[in-house]
Design a protein around this ligand. Structure first.
Ligand code: NAD
Ligand code: TYD
Length: 355
């Protein structure tokens, strides 16, 4: 039994990782999360009473508190998911992205390295720092080709630039200090507990509530969608078997235009929630996102070949499961869509006029 320190464990992907560790393994988990607008402990209600689960409300920029957490919990590994994660927010307010994603990752790396240096030889050799990142660091693809691990970084948004910076810091800590790191770069995730500022949950909830479904630009931008539990399984595998200093791309081989995604959600809702059908009448084309990346697509051959991972969920069944989850988890939805989030929605969308 090991102790895994998961940062950002109250977020969308982090909570899936924590739930898997508690439900499917014997490991202990320390969830370290600041609880920003995106962090929600309700996502962990099913595991929070487990004696192998602990929660620490800590900011990854707070070196003193990080030192205390490492001292008290003596983790065997860190999985670093805490981040500001929404591209639109990074455009309207990049400061938090620089602070958490760059300064926070640096502060966490130093706290983890200090802890690592106190371990005995056996624990030191087994220690891992797993940095969780995004495919957006590679920039935007044309009509053909895929992101591979050896591609140059070309981040285009404040979000992806801040994640690229954090990837470089992690790489440098390995090469300079011999710190034992692995990094993963994943495509767009979807599934339950996804904060409804991102495309899929936003469209599901707007459609159910008869609100416009905003499509940026022409809706022909392409994303490569992966079900969140498939990502969480890949992350656990990389933590266990990934080669030190290596990076692994994770993706679903599942490219869709945004318009295809929104149309699919509408069709599922026409069946499961016929009030308001056809839901696609709510589709509204709005002003494009500045610097909007055209296409993301992951080549996931390395993780398949070296570690034997492949996604289990296909997009049709995964999307249906996701819609069903939002339809039957009203309390969770209400919990995350009040207060600060509403203020942000108003200020961000007031000026997005119809294109
Ligand atoms: P999320 O926004 O749902 O959750 C982020 C979590 O980090 C929240 O619980 C938040 O409270 C916490 N957090 C933010 N700032 C913090 C700070 N300063 N200190 C401590 N905790 C803090 O994000 P997500 O979608 O779950 O993404 C998790 C990670 O995976 C991120 O690093 C993101 O870049 C990466 N990623 C996300 C996707 C995706 O499609 N969502 C794809 C690839 C990679
Ligand atoms: P998003 O879920 O924000 O993820 P990312 O920007 O990290 O890929 O957006 C996914 C795609 O959907 C992206 O091309 C932007 C687009 N989009 C819309 O068309 N309308 C929306 O309301 C949102 C939130 C996103």
């Amino acid at each position: 039994m090991k102790t895994i320190l998961v940062t950002g464990g109250a977020g969308f992907i982090g909570s899936a990782v924590v739930r898997q560790f508690i439900n499917d393994t014997e490991h202990r988990v320390v969830n370290l999360d600041k609880l920003t607008y995106a962090g929600n402990l309700q996502s962990l209600a099913s595991v929070s009473d487990n004696p192998r689960y602990r929660f620490e409300q800590v900011d990854i920029c707070d070196a003193t508190e990080l030192a205390r957490v490492f001292r008290e919990h003596q983790p065997d590994a860190v999985m670093h998911l805490a981040a500001e994660s929404h591209v639109d927010r990074s455009i309207s307010g990049p400061a938090a992205f620089i602070q958490t994603n760059i300064v926070g990752t640096y502060t966490l790396l130093e706290a983890a390295r200090t802890h690592w240096n106190t371990l005995n030889a056996e624990r030191k050799a087994a220690f891992r720092f797993h940095h969780i990142s995004t495919d957006e660091v590679y920039g935007s693809l044309g009509e053909t080709g895929f992101f591979t691990e050896d591609m140059p970084y070309e981040p285009n948004s404040p979000y992806s630039a801040s994640k690229a910076s954090s990837d470089h810091l992690v790489r440098a800590w390995h090469h300079t200090y011999g710190f034992p790191v692995v990094t993963t770069n994943c495509s767009n995730n979807y599934g339950p507990y996804h904060f409804p500022e991102k495309l899929i949950p936003l469209v599901i909830l707007n459609a159910v509530n008869g609100k416009p479904l905003p499509i940026y630009g022409k809706g022909d931008n392409i994303r490569d969608w992966l079900y969140v539990d498939d990502h969480a399984r890949a992350l656990r595998l990389v933590l266990e078997k990934g080669k030190l200093g290596e990076t692994y791309n994770i993706g679903g081989w599942n490219e869709k235009t945004n318009l295809q995604v929104v149309q699919s959600i509408c069709s599922i809702l026409d069946e499961l929630h016929p009030q308001g059908a056809p839901h696609n009448k709510l589709i509204t084309y709005v002003t494009d996102r500045p610097g909007h990346d055209q296409r993301y697509a992951i080549n996931a051959n390395k993780i398949a070949r070296d570690l034997g991972w492949k996604p289990l969920e296909n997009f049709e069944s995964g999307l249906r499961k996701t819609v069903e989850w939002y339809l039957s988890n009203d309390a969770w939805v209400k919990g995350v869509t009040s207060g600060e989030y509403q203020n942000w929605v108003q200020s961000n969308y007031t000026n997005r006029s119809a294109a």
